[in-house]
Design a protein around this ligand. Sequence first.
Ligand code: AMP
Ligand code: MN
Ligand code: MN
Length: 319
Amino acid sequence: MNYQLFKESIEKAQNIIIFSHVNPDGDTLGSMLALQIIINTNFNKNPQTVVLGKVPDIYNFLPLIDKVKTTDQIVSDKYDLAIAVDIAAKDRMVAGIGIFEAANLRMNIDHHKTNIGYGDINFINPDACSAGEVLFDICTELGLKINADAAKCLYTSILTDTGGFRFENTAASTLKKAALLVDLGAVPSEISRLCYESKPKPMVMLQANSLINAQFELNDKVAYVKISDDDMKKFHAQNDHTEGIVEALRQINTTEVSFVVKEIDQQTSKVSLRSKNIDVSKVAAVFGGGGHTFAAGCTIKKPLKIAAEKLLEEIKKYL
Ligand code: AMP
Ligand code: MN
Ligand code: MN
């Protein structure tokens, strides 16, 4: 990776825009906001940050989250530099893709192994636990200053994408970098509480209902649940309130693969896949999605029931 290119492209750019991915999570938001702060404090420039869809309420504690705009609020649609963070594939920028494509220079900072390197400049490290870690490495290489707010954002990226330092992407180097971020001002107990112990009631109730209604296949090796629009309405749940359910299903000791299929509309279903051993990014790729070996996702243009059947068929090939 040519780190100097990062510095040069920011120095040359007058106006910069940073994109997070649709259905934003802690990594994409944390790395986007950290990047905004790092560019601001080290280069004295003010990038615009963009979010596609609603920011989950739990991430409202992140610095500068109140300055984030949605694509329809962007006034200037021509940027010198557009940066995508934690975005496995361009279509995950949804309505933002036009602005990204129209920029003079496009940068791609990511850690998904299915990322094809769609930027003019790409910083992709599939061994990094999070896009936040890739950004941390860029800062280290270039000697860029990380202030307490940026440290808080980067720590949130690393914490959430490692599932609270529990997933296999947690290496000794991950913990060392997290420790450095604590030295720089991130407070672990505070960030953990905000990320994991501040769930809204509808989210907890929806999760309980989903676990009760989970279905099991192949001697319980596959655990899954279908979440309909009616379920969402019944618990007054918001879109991001499905987060964590697929991990809860994987926690069962017999589970090899878990998945959640959520109804987007009568013809569209959104899928989250998790596994302990098999490569679910391959399963997601069959349906045009992608992700990581043990955590992947896709959107299937089929009703809930049929989407679940198709997924089961595909997963059975691996078990
Ligand atoms: P999720 O289940 O939404 O938390 O996603 C799990 C992982 O798969 C994340 O790293 C996502 O970035 C990735 N992912 C989800 N959906 C897609 C998709 N349609 N295309 C590529 N990667 C995806
Ligand atoms: Mn992400
Ligand atoms: Mn990520």
